[in-house]
Ligand binder design. Structure first.
Ligand SMILES: NC(=O)c1ccc[n+]([C@@H]2O[C@H](COP(=O)([O-])OP(=O)(O)OC[C@H]3O[C@@H](n4cnc5c(N)ncnc54)[C@H](O)[C@@H]3O)[C@@H](O)[C@H]2O)c1
Length: 263
């Protein structure tokens, strides 16, 4: 399948680690021009080097805290200036720690809401400023199956991801007239292949699951396996591509081994 993503200008937030890292490398193989916006500049630079080696047109890293709108505007300005606009935005930044709601604090709620929801609002706003005059673009937000199922130990996080789903549908409705498509991908548990694939700011920097817990997760899924970052990246490439998904907008796609099956 030809996604026709060569030389497209793609912004990936949180591209330094795990899922975002693999999304960057998947776009690189398609020959895209990539801007990585990550708070962990060192880890993002390692991924940028790999992306160059895998065929990306041009790759830049812009150190960005996506919870800060002024920094996000600089990210989008730099992507647009270097790569002639923004064709694709992947809102991938996210963070959580697994705890029962009664164990969490207001500071934790604030952090989860800012990283998972405010980041998407900031990045979408700044990217639309470039996409609307250009009359086209694709936004893919990495949500979570926790948004669809309700998941123990992910109460606030699941709520922010449900907000992301709803936000993206509204943005899809408002901006389809400009040729802008907006969709979400909902991973289930998606584990890094190796420790090198995560940075110190990753939520995987300390193991989120014991091996026994992961085995139980896999056994409970229809496909009997947990996800890998490439599973998510494949769905992101598909939805990003106007050549193959040009009539798809406002959709929420689970890539989770069958964890959720929403009609
Ligand atoms: N891995 C999973 O099991 C899983 C499951 C469901 C959903 N998701 C979602 O997928 C996305 C990626 O998850 P992951 O497992 O790759 O996470 P990760 O923690 O490994 O990577 C997140 C990246 O985002 C960056 N980041 C964090 N806060 C930032 C900020 N404020 N500004 C800029 N960059 C920031 C980190 O530096 C890191 O590079 C997230 O949105 C997550 O919620 C992941």
């Amino acid at each position: 399948m030809n996604f026709e993503l060569g030389n497209k200008s793609v912004v990936v937030t949180g591209g330094g680690s795990n899922i975002g890292r693999t999304i960057v490398l998947a776009f690189a193989q398609e020959g895209a021009n990539i801007t990585i916006g990550d708070i962990d500049e060192g880890q993002a630079c390692k991924v940028a080097e790999l992306a160059r080696a895998r065929g990306a047109g041009s790759v830049q890293v812009v150190k960005t805290d996506t919870t800060q709108l002024d920094q996000v505007k600089v990210l989008m300005d730099q992507a647009s200036a270097r790569h002639g606009g923004i064709d694709v935005l992947v809102n991938n930044v996210g963070w959580d720690q697994l705890m029962f709601f009664t164990q969490t604090t207001p500071d934790f709620w604030d952090k989860v809401i800012r990283i998972n929801y405010l980041s998407v609002i900031n990045c979408t706003s700044a990217a639309l400023e470039k996409m609307i005059p250009a009359k086209g673009g694709s936004i893919v937000s990495i949500s979570s199956d926790a948004s669809r199922q309700g998941e123990a130990r992910e109460a606030v996080y699941g709520g922010t991801k449900a907000a992301v789903n709803s936000f993206m549908k509204s943005i899809a409705k408002e901006n389809g007239r400009y040729g802008i498509r907006c969709n979400c991908v909902c991973p289930g548990v998606t584990i890094p292949e190796t420790e090198d694939e995560v940075g110190s700011t990753s939520m995987w920097a300390k193991p989120l699951f014991t091996p026994e817990q992961l085995e139980k997760v896999a056994a409970a899924l229809p496909l009997k396996k947990v996800g890998r970052p490439r599973d998510i990246a494949n769905a992101v490439l598909f939805l990003s591509s106007s050549a193959v998904a040009g009539h798809i907008t406002g959709q929420i796609l689970s890539v989770s081994g069958g964890y959720s099956m929403i009609g």
